[in-house]
Design a protein around this ligand. Structure first.
Ligand code: ZN
Length: 377
């Protein structure tokens, strides 16, 4: 299978540091079967051993070194692609999968006849009943829209069950937080085009994410993870998935300047999240009364937000900070926090915590209420 190895080389790189993970058939939180893979040959061997029987997952991103697989220093990782997952939720498929997994957990060959029947039924749903069509159609539509904006289609793969994957490649780039940037992008795309099957959870932990290795057979259906194009019909894709033939893969065909777009999102989102995470730290406020701001301890509130004050005047019952509003330089510190709110002697902004939410975040009353409601839950 030299073809497959060269496919992996083109897809994952000449040398890389990823895990190949084969989750066990029974659910156990802390037990994972995984191997370090560093080249296409390694990967090929593990896929070959497990394909059709077990999951075949590998990290989306290269960790840069063997040591970094443990340390997970994101600065050393190579962020050179974005991965999107389209997945249909289908109650009938779910039940069959559970039944199959239940049998499998007692041994690969346990209840063999019953297993075969379930696999057959699963295949019928996927191939004849076209359970995966919605995901495939949405992935194709995404590919078209993506090309319109960024110039190239993403590489599309059918997952071998009820979903599909899209990868786009770019120059290895540093991000402050690629998870945030990708999540924002995916959410935006999902909202704009109303994609029902785009799975957002995939982007929330993009860095640690593993995805199905191309050309392995799905452990439950026996169907292979195969590439497809926007011109392939559903029947074409199913045919190819049953009888996969390894295609040549050229990363350049799927490379764009998407990273530049992602970097812009990254800057905004990582800044927003810093502020948000400060606000989310408990206890932000002591919520004694839903309506009255008089009962809010403003010094505690600003401490949770800005840290320890620059100067404290216990006798006078106020503290001073450098002004958090960035529209003026504040060496002094000029931002006074007293029992009922704040006042900046530099820029003149003043008010209580409610006004602060408005001025600092640009939120309206509705957004503040919503935020505070969530905090109280
Ligand atoms: Zn100020």
């Amino acid at each position: 299978m030299r073809g497959l190895q060269s496919f992996y080389r083109a897809f994952y790189g000449h040398r890389f540091y990823r895990h190949f993970r084969r989750p066990p058939d029974y659910s156990h939180k802390h037990f994972q079967i995984q191997y370090t893979v560093t080249c296409s040959k390694n990967l090929y061997v593990h896929v070959h051993r497990n394909s059709g029987h077990h999951h075949c997952f590998t990290h989306v991103y290269d960790y840069g070194s063997r040591a970094n697989l443990k340390i997970r220093n994101t600065k050393k990782m190579l962020f050179d692609r974005a991965f999107f997952d389209f997945d249909v939720s289908h109650p009938e498929v779910k039940i069959i999968k559970e039944q199959l997994l239940n049998l499998r957990s007692q041994g690969l060959g346990h209840g063999k006849v019953q297993q075969e029947k379930l696999v057959e039924e699963l295949n019928r749903l996927i191939i004849k009943e076209k359970v995966s069509k919605e995901a495939i159609d949405e992935a194709k539509d995404f590919a078209i829209k993506f090309k319109e904006t960024f110039g190239q289609y993403p590489a599309l793969f059918f997952s071998g069950c009820k979903g599909c994957h899209a990868y786009t490649f770019f120059r290895a780039t540093n991000f402050k937080d690629i998870n945030l940037a990708l999540s924002w992008f995916a959410q935006h795309v999902k909202d704009t085009y109303n994609y029902q099957t785009l799975d957002l959870s995939v982007n929330k932990d993009a860095m640690a994410r593993l995805s199905r290795v191309p050309y392995n057979k799905h452990q439950l259906t026996g169907l292979s993870v195969v590439p497809f194009t926007i011109d392939d019909s559903y029947a074409d894709i199913m045919r190819s998935s049953r009888n996969p033939r390894v295609h040549d893969f050229q990363r350049e065909d799927y490379s764009t300047n998407f990273h530049e777009h992602l970097q812009k999102i990254d800057l905004v989102e990582s800044h927003n999240s810093q502020i948000k995470s400060k606000l989310m730290k408990k206890p932000v406020l002591t919520w004694k009364d839903k309506k009255s701001s008089k009962l809010i301890d403003h010094q505690e509130f600003f401490k949770s937000l800005l840290g320890m004050p620059e100067r404290e005047y216990p006798a006078k019952k106020y503290v001073m900070y450098h002004c958090p509003f960035k529209d003026h330089e504040d060496k002094k510190p000029s931002f006074m926090v007293h029992a009922k709110g704040y006042k900046c002697y530099g820029c003149g902004k003043k008010g209580n915590y409610w006004q602060f939410f408005k001025d600092f975040h640009g939120w309206n009353n509705e957004m503040i209420r919503e935020f505070l409601m969530k905090k109280r839950e």
